[in-house]
Design a protein around this ligand. Structure first.
Ligand code: ZN
Length: 250
């Protein structure tokens, strides 16, 4: 069994991954999990400068597996297709927004929050790419405003400490914790059921105490989320909660 230790995050292009050194591994191999994404397992003494090349050489396979997660999402009930949304359900933070589009001759598309959870996108709104960019930076603002404080509350309540939090739009991992205690949260958490959001936060916070998936780690998680096993199972299919318009790659 191979357990990814959340380490410093690295990336080749848009592919983020974690490197784990294994005493038992005899050669380098790639693993993908729906929760923590791509991990490169290398034997002790392996020259890690080779890792980016290795990841690049297996890109086809990685894309295929990540694509199968996408497939799961696209057949899911919450899928609204890849067209731009007129309604955005942010289940993770209990918000439901209606989106209106107003065409204006400005350079970029701006997203403005109006009363009653109404979002107004104005600018050259016939440019879907610009609209997606505006929506993404708006989601980032919502996440900073709601997800980050939620993480802080959990940490305070249960006595965890961490360095900083970063918010990322990622294809293959929901959260991570670096050896220096930097936590990252995927923006897509906004679309998940609240209990799964909480589970991911607890999971990553527990990595500040145990940088592995050992029995002690899971015992720690169980203290704060007795249903963690069920939540972890549900994470395998969680990509389907992410709407198609936000999963599109630019
Ligand atoms: Zn983990």
């Amino acid at each position: 069994m191979s357990i990814p230790i959340p380490g410093p995050e690295r990336a080749v292009g848009d592919l983020a991954y974690t490197v784990r050194v294994s005493r038992r591994a005899r050669y380098a191999r790639l693993r993908i999990s729906p929760h923590e994404g791509l991990t490169v397992v290398v034997p002790q003494g392996f020259d890690q400068r080779q890792v980016p090349g290795l990841v690049e050489s297996r890109r086809g396979w990685v894309e295929k597996v990540l694509g199968s997660f996408d497939q799961r999402r696209l057949t899911g009930v919450s899928d609204t297709g890849r067209e731009l949304p007129t309604r955005i359900e942010l289940s993770g933070i209990g918000e439901s927004w209606t989106v209106t589009y107003r065409s204006l001759e400005t350079k970029g598309v701006a997203a403005r929050e109006l009363a009653g959870e109404e979002l107004l996108l104005s600018g050259p709104v016939d440019d879907a790419g610009l609209c997606r960019l505006a929506l993404e930076s708006w989601l980032r603002r919502r996440a900073a405003m709601r997800l980050v404080p939620q993480l802080e509350r959990l940490a305070t309540t249960y006595g965890f400490t961490y360095g900083s939090v970063s918010l990322r739009k990622q294809r293959s991992r929901w959260g991570s914790c670096s050896t220096r205690g930097t936590l990252s949260l995927n923006l897509k958490l906004l679309f998940l059921p609240p209990l799964l959001v909480r589970y991911i936060m607890i999971h990553e916070l527990c990595h500040t105490r145990h940088m592995n998936h050992s029995r002690r780690f899971w015992a720690e998680v169980a203290k704060f989320d007795p249903d963690h096993a069920s939540h972890d199972r549900q994470m395998r299919h969680a990509w389907r909660f992410v709407p198609g318009w936000f999963a599109v790659r630019e």
